[in-house]
Design a protein around this ligand. Sequence first.
Ligand code: SAM
Ligand code: SF4
Ligand code: SF4
Length: 368
Amino acid sequence: MSRRIIPLADVSAIPDFAGAAAAPSGLLTDTLARALRDLRISVTDRCNFRCVYCMPRDVFDKDYPFLPHSALLSFEEIERLARVFVAHGVEKIRLTGGEPLLRKNIEFLIDRLAQLRTPEGRPLDITLTTNGSLLARKARSLKDAGLSRVTVSLDALDDALFRRMNDADFAVADVLDGIAAAQAAGLAPIKVNMVVKRGTNDQEIVPMARHFKGSGVVLRFIEYMDVGASNGWNMSEVLPSALVVERIAAHFPLAPLEAHTAAETAQRWGYCDGSGEIGVISSVTRAFCGSCTRARLSTEGKLYLCLFASAGHDLRALIRGGATDEDVATAIARIWEARGDRYSQLRGSASAASREDGPRVEMSYIGG
Ligand code: SAM
Ligand code: SF4
Ligand code: SF4
């Protein structure tokens, strides 16, 4: 089946905020009383992998219209927007993409973000999600720039299967070297994310658990999601997290652990022999929209309020059009205050279907 190129998402209007300045109080809440605490920033829409569930090669081919460099937010622009988000209550920033380590001089951006302080004077928690392919080379400089932690994606230990899944012939050994380099650099605690696709890599669940057990790395299993519009998602390919836990517990007994924070997306399970923990992220079978405090800034500066949104608010146009920081703060406040997104909770319901107003934005553009 040939797939058509999915256009980037539509743009939602920036709410009219003339004459209604909203000075940041650090306590912004949306219509469901959810605070704004996390900001995910996509620093590039490009990637050196072609994971079958994220950037399938038949869509993201040589003719795919990736963004030109001039469309990307500059590091100055990202820092400026991040500063306003932090004033509104953001405490954690995750850099993502595409593959964030492909963005040239990403360390310079991390260094700038590491200087920001919350209204209470605390430094931010700055993390990054990477496919790990460039991590062996970059772990030390990322740490020196001020990165707190890193999350590495790895979907299999079996090399042939991993190469098929990333569809770019990258070896498992390169990613494992990257994880080792991140550990050596002190980018801890390191998390490893495995997207589980039933019938594709679910046989790797137990080998992955065995490999990382006792290593200090927290392995997390993510249910395969219906993000974007090009991965051909099908519910039959989702393995519910409850079954992931069951399969691991059959080999290594597990007991539930308390969540670190209310907004934590993963449910934590500890090995009964004390050799560490795993997490399961049940995005499909156990929605966590009620505690979703995340905003997403796309590569070209659009603000998305949900991973499954089909439109974003163009903050780049605002800042390139000469808006003051006060204007930007007011726009972000109005946008967040109007937020009611809870796609995963509504998934499959009539209201979710009727809410579809265009193709959903791709994950490689909005960031995971
Ligand atoms: N390239 C980086 C990486 O792979 O870690 C960062 C961006 S990637 C979009 C962020 C995360 O989203 C990865 O852990 C990836 O496995 C996950 N992801 C992508 N598509 C997904 C899908 N359809 N369902 C669940 N997770 C997905
Ligand atoms: Fe690239 Fe990450 Fe998407 Fe894989 S999941 S294609 S590594 S952006
Ligand atoms: Fe947050 Fe949207 Fe995911 Fe719900 S579906 S948890 S609102 S990003």
